[in-house]
Design a protein around this ligand. Structure first.
Ligand code: 8YV
Length: 319
């Protein structure tokens, strides 16, 4: 008998084909978002769940999962939507999909940097609204990215690819991680032991860290004050790392010249202040949204499930 897998969202065709071939897959062809209650009901009798970051596995949800469920194989690298302590306590195996989305997310981060620095959103809106009337030497003048300092919070898998791409723009890389990396991973990047020490070196500040209680609201008013005037902030990690009120105030005052954001607190119902500002470049959480990467994420989640049901250790176990 094939293991039963509840797949909470519509996944790429090639991934679903493999799911149908190897599992008794409960798919969601209409991609309807489940409430927790609906997900729990749909998981009745399932051996595993293959969710996205859109499904939340709080301690309460985990406690109510049917006894048959042995694993949560996420279709995401981030797993802040899963209470891993509760999962461990319940003996659930939890996996994620690292590596395969690093290129796509770094690409998007470069787009956020360029979009914010060169006023991409503003220009696009202007042209579409037929409000582009003339040209002048001061028209739509932005910030040049080439040769500037890029500060990265979280120089991990995605952060290191962003750093590599940014070096193509002759940028000097600074970073803050909880621990200093070995020289081959640093590739010349300058380590700062605290976020406070990093801030003054950021012409552009990019977040690639994981969302944890330690990184929550990392970018607050005090740290913004330490940035150079006119710095640019980009975020393709999780909205939780930014204090929205503080960033919006800095965008209004000009302390922060522009922000490029792909992730937000309370997506998709984001802080309305971001929409009202001209100097924001806003994307709807599409860091990993390329055909290649979404296929690879699905295959990686399935590799993890295959290992679990073959009695092997899944490569990407996080709990
Ligand atoms: C996805 C992401 O869009 O992998 C992550 O952590 O944020 C994105 O790649 C999403 O999480 C898919 O579930």
């Amino acid at each position: 008998m094939k293991p039963v897998v509840l797949v909470t969202r519509k996944l790429p065709d090639a991934v679903e084909e493999r799911l149908r071939r190897d599992y008794d897959a409960r798919l969601n062809p209409d991609d309807r978002l489940y409430t927790s209650e609906e997900m729990l009901a749909a998981a009745e009798g399932a051996d595993a769940i293959l969710p996205c970051h859109t499904e939340r596995f709080t301690a309460e949800v985990i406690a109510r999962l049917p006894a048959s469920v042995r694993a949560i194989a996420n279709f995401s690298v981030g797993y802040d939507h899963v209470d891993t302590a509760a999962a461990k306590k319940r003996g659930l195996i939890v996996t994620n999909t690292p590596d395969v989305l690093s290129d796509a997310t770094a690409e998007l981060t470069i787009m956020l940097m360029l979009g914010a620095a060169r006023r991409g959103g503003e220009g696009e809106r202007l042209v579409r609204a037929r409000e582009w009337r003339d040209w002048s030497p001061s028209f739509m003048v932005g910030t040049q990215m080439t040769g500037k300092r890029l500060g990265i919070v979280g120089l991990g898998r995605v952060g290191q690819v962003t750093a590599k791409r940014a070096r193509g723009f002759d940028m000097a890389i600074h970073y803050h991680n909880p621990r200093r990396l070995p020289p081959e991973a640093e590739a010349g990047a300058v380590f700062h032991a605290t976020p406070e020490a990093l801030m003054p070196h950021c012409d552009i500040l990019a977040f690639h860290c994981v969302a944890t209680p330690e990184t929550r609201l990392m970018l607050n008013a005090e740290r913004i004050a330490l940035l150079p005037d006119g710095a640019i902030v980009v975020n393709a990690s999780r909205g939780a790392v930014i204090d929205d009120e503080a960033l919006i105030a800095a965008l209004k005052s000009g302390k922060v010249a522009a922000a490029g954001l792909d992730v937000f607190n309370n997506e998709p119902d984001i802080h309305p202040g971001y929409r009202a500002l001209a100097n924001t470049f806003l994307m709807p959480h599409i860091g990993s949204a390329t055909r290649e990467t979404r296929d690879a994420m699905g295959f990686r989640a399935l590799d993890n499930l295959d290992a679990i049901f073959a009695g092997r250790d899944p490569g990407d176990r996080v709990a």
